[in-house]
Design a protein around this ligand. Sequence first.
Ligand code: NAD
Length: 310
Amino acid sequence: GGIGKAACVGGGVIGAGWVARLLLSGWDVAVYDPGPEAERVVGEVLANAERAHAALFDAPLPPKGRLTFAASLEAAVAGADFIQESVPERIDLKRRVLQAIDAAAPAEALIGSSTSGLLPSDLQEGMTRPGRLVVAHPFNPVYLLPLVEIVAGKATAPEAVERAKALYAALGMKPVVIRREIEAFVGDRLLEALWREALWLVNDDVASVGEIDDIIRYSFGLRWAQMGLFQTYRIAGGEAGMRHFLAQFGPALKWPWTHLTDVPDLDEALVEKIGRQSDAQTGDLTLRELERIRDDNLVATIRALAARRG
Ligand code: NAD
């Protein structure tokens, strides 16, 4: 057996990523997903993850855990030390699934929800043991990107947050505990602001989908990966640092903050336009090919940054 027994409830894009990270860290994993495609998706994502991990680490990979597909949620979570929920983002469905996990899992098992923005306090409603639920929000691909946002609800036990931090860190992740629960947490809040601007830039033909991606890739995207927002601009402030930077550029930010808050309707015409431009940008690359290009770039970036930071 592996170093622990995990259950993944939901095996789509995110669930399959969790399955891969857990198996490659030596956990045994039972998956429950009633969808007809789940076994195939998990298999293909796992193959990409093994390929990426072989390139990420110089040492041989540790022994993989055992993967099983369960016929029911109850069978998947029986005997589990840890359960990760990754079902579609609908509050009614999440509550129903979390209540079923709560009822069938061992009383001491930790439960993480992958939700991108639902409040943990809302997810806890109707659970018998809500103290052991945390939001553990990952980023795609889960098997490569280290960040996991840990968010506690009103009923979450402080001890569960500590357990979650240790557990996700042992999976090679960077857990960051969000201090207060707000919709979309922190990472997706920042991304939503960028999406809002990108949508109207495409809508008004200021730039195409491909041009916006190039503008990010060849400039601040490179800076963000290595120093984030604030430290990047501390340097941009020169000798006088952050206070000087904010004094100089703060007023220039006020205008867009008060004026550029409109979003175009994400109507059929805009969706079709983005879809057309995205198809042109992608050419005939398949989804799995795109994933492998992404993974190669991420592995190279993660390795380069790790080597410099020691
Ligand atoms: P997805 O549609 O790819 O996968 C959802 C899976 O859940 C499907 O395979 C479906 O068959 C399965 N499912 C449906 N009902 C189920 C049930 N009752 N029990 C078990 N499985 C069930 O969606 P996704 O992108 O993997 O998103 C899953 C969760 O992860 C959502 O909460 C989402 O907000 C979150 N998330 C997504 C991303 C992302 O980039 N896609 C990033 C972070 C978090």
